[in-house]
Write a protein that binds this ligand. Sequence first.
Ligand code: AMP
Length: 436
Amino acid sequence: MAITCPRGTRDLLPGEAVFWQNFKETASRVFGLYGYVPIETPIIEQTELFVRGIGEATDVVSKEMFTAISGANLQTLLDGGKLESRRRLSLRPEGTAGVVRAALQHGLVPQGAPPVKLMYAGPMFRAEQPQEGRQRQFNQVGIECLGADDATIDAEGIVMLMRFFDEIGIPASETRLLVNSMGCANCRPAYRDLVYDYLKQHASQLCDTCLARMEANPLRAFDCKNAACAELMEDAPKITDHLCDDCRSHHDEVLDLVKGTGIDYAEDPSLVRGLDYYTRTVFEVQTGADRAQSAIGGGGRYDRLAEEIGGKALPGFGFALGYERCLLALQARGFELSSPKGCSVFVASATSDVCAAAFELVQMCRDQGVAAELDHQGRSLKSQFKLADKLHADFVAIMGPDELSQGLVKVRNMNSHDEQLVAVSEVAGVLKQLVS
Ligand code: AMP
C-alpha cells in the first residue's frame, strides 16, 4: 500500500496552505497593533526544558512528548547505554518554554527594560489519541509578553485574542471566554493542600487517574472528564475563595479591564490549565458544543517559569490558539476553503510552431510581475482555453501564426470576452496594466 502521512498528522494541501498563510498574516497584523514582533525558535529543544518548564507530572510531559533520538544516540541506547540529559531532545509540545528559553539565552529583557512582546506560529507535537480537532502535529499561533506582571498585560492579551478571533470570522458572540486565577507561590500551596484533603476525603469516588493525580498534582482533578469526578469537583474548594490579597487585586483588575472593553466573560474557578507553569491569570476561549475539543485558544500568566528553567526572575504572560480548531469552528459556520488562483494571464498557442514565442511571452509577463502560465502538454487551442478557465485566468494572450507574422498578439478578456490586438513588443506591459 502507498505510504500515507503518520496518524494524527495532516497535509495542508494548496487551498489550505494559502489559508494558513493568510491566517498567520492576520495574526501578525492584529498582534502587531499591540507591539508584538515575531520570533522563531527551534522545533526541537532539550527535553529538560519541557520537564522543568511545563512540569514532569503534566500529561503533556509525562505521556505526550515525542522524544527524538539522533543516529549515534539511538545506537548508544540500543547498546544498553544511557544518554546524558543534555543529549535528550524532544519535539516542542508547546511554544512558551522555547520562547522564554530564547529570551533568557539572548538577554532579550534586560533589567529595567520595557516588556518584550513576542509572537510565533508553527507546528507543535503531542502524542495524543488522534480524533477530530486533536492531532499529534498541529499548528499554534501564540504570543508571550515577558518582563512585566501588570494586570494591563493580561487584559490586553485577552482582548487581543478575542479581536483576532473576530477578524478571522469567529465573533465573540459565538465563543465562551472563561477566566480564572491560579494564585501564586504564596497562596497556591495552601489551596493545593485544601484540594488534596478534599480528594482524600472522597477518594472512594475518584477514578484511577484522579487518584494518581491527587498525589502529584491534585488541581488536575478539575480537568477530569469522568462524570462522577466532575460532579465531585463542583463542590471542591474554589481557588478564588483562597487568593492572597495581591492575587485578588490583580485578578479583579484584569476582570475590570476586560469588562471595560465590553467583552463578555465568565469566571470559572474550575479552570486549571494542563501545564504546571501558570500563576495568577488563566483563561480559555471555547466555541461550539463539543466541549472536549471546544478550546480554540487559551493561556495565562507564568511568573515563575523563567526561574524554573534556571533563569532570572522574569514575569510572563502568553497564550496559544489552535489553527486547526479555528478552521473547524469556521467550517461549522459554513466557511469553505477555496483553491488558489493559478494565474492572471494564460498564453495560448494556436499552433505548435508558435510555442517558442509563447514561452518567451510568458517569461516577459512574469518579468513584469504578472502571474502567467502556458500549456506544457501539447493541448489543442480549445483545451488550452478550458485550462485557462480552470486556472481562473483573467486574460488569455492567443499566439496565432498569422497575427504573429504581423507582430501582433490577440488578448481576450475572459470575463467580458472582449478581444484586442496588441503589438508583441508591448503586450506584456499592456497585460500588466490590465490585471492591476
Ligand atoms: P494548550 O497549549 O494546551 O493550551 O493549547 C492551546 C490551543 O492549542 C488549544 O486551545 C487548542 O486550540 C490547540 N490544541 C492543543 N492541543 C491540540 C491538539 N492535540 N490538536 C489540535 N489542537 C490542539
